[in-house]
Design a binder for this molecule. Structure first.
Ligand code: NCD
Length: 308
């Protein structure tokens, strides 16, 4: 095992199941016993958010502070010299010299990998275009383990924008580390998972089936992972108009059709894809999921940055 120390986090497939388990153990330790002392005192984490974020950025910031470390960073391109024409490369070189690790979010596919090639210190991908969002996937799997005791043997639906959604793509790839009973990939035709994701899933023997409607699969599901339509990544506004509002889960549907132990996850932000009445039911697990982002990201930062 390569170990976590000093490592880049670019794709969920860079990690083995064993490594994920090691990470979840650390997160459990933090959740149950808290942190002793200030293990990351004197360390600086750079938060390079070229694209908007609420949870991912703030949970990294909170996680770093709770470990005794500090953060620097920006929350949009307008706020930094990119607005004056500075290149991505120069921005990363500067951040690399000011900090001990960089968390990058960018609208372009491959941006985090590029940053990792430029920077000497570790780079953590907080979302690159439609491609990867590995720490979200770690958090998603961790949440399922907390809710259901494990992932193996479960029937899981992934609903929504599987084409442009990096959280959904990374989640599907993360599931290939496990042995679920069945995975339903549910989306309108235009938002089907991309070929490279399906090929990887096939190669890694994920038992998946593509569906256009939730109705068929709903009664079988233990977990339903919902995502919003990634409006900002759909190149053609007409295409967006055609598919917007094409799926929405209602409370009635859940009450009538779903397994009573169904848990609904969502990386958030949610728009109109989940009836807000569902928020109040025991099915809604997305707020718990967001909350678990703190111990999970604390565990990750600790393992990557702590001097032993
Ligand atoms: C996701 C993202 O940015 O990819 N948000 C998040 O990090 N929780 C999902 C999304 O924006 O739909």
């Amino acid at each position: 095992m390569a170990g976590f120390k000093g490592r880049d986090v670019i794709s969920i497939l860079d990690f083995t199941r064993g490594e994920l388990e090691e990470l979840f153990e650390e997160a459990d330790e933090i959740l149950n016993k808290g942190v002793k002392g200030r293990p990351l005192e004197g360390k600086v984490l750079a938060l390079a958010f070229f694209e908007p974020s609420t949870r991912t950025r703030m949970s990294f910031e909170t996680a770093m502070k709770r470990l005794g470390g500090e953060t620097i960073g920006f929350t949009s391109e307008e706020a930094i010299s990119v607005a004056k024409g500075e290149s991505f490369k120069d921005t990363i070189i500067m951040l690399d010299s000011y900090s001990d690790a960089i968390v990058v979010r960018h609208k372009y596919d491959g941006a985090a990998k590029l940053a990792a090639d430029i920077a000497e210190n570790p780079v953590i991908n907080a979302g690159d275009g439609k491609q990867h969002h590995p720490t979200q996937a770690m958090l998603d799997i961790y949440t399922i383990i907390k809710l259901k005791g494990g992932v193996d043997g479960l029937t899981i639906g992934v609903l929504g924008d599987l084409k442009y959604g990096r959280a959904a793509s990374s989640f599907i790839l993360a599931l290939t580390h496990y042995k679920p009973k069945k995975i339903y990939l549910i989306s309108p035709q235009q938002l089907r998972a991309r070929r490279e994701i399906l090929e990887e899933a096939r190669k890694r023997n994920l038992p998946y089936k593509e569906e256009e409607n939730l109705e068929e699969a709903l009664p079988e599901l233990d977990i339903l992972y919902v995502t919003r339509i990634q409006k900002e990544r759909i190149p053609d506004p007409e295409e967006y108009e055609k598919i917007k509002g094409s799926y929405r889960i209602t409370l009635e549907q859940i009450q009538k059709k779903a397994n009573k132990n169904l848990k609904i996850l969502h990386p958030l932000p949610k728009t109109d894809e989940i009836d807000p009445k569902i928020d109040e039911t025991p099915h809604a697990a997305y707020y718990k999921q967001a909350k678990l982002g703190i111990p999970l990201r604390m565990a990750l930062l600790k393992k990557i940055l702590e001097e032993k």
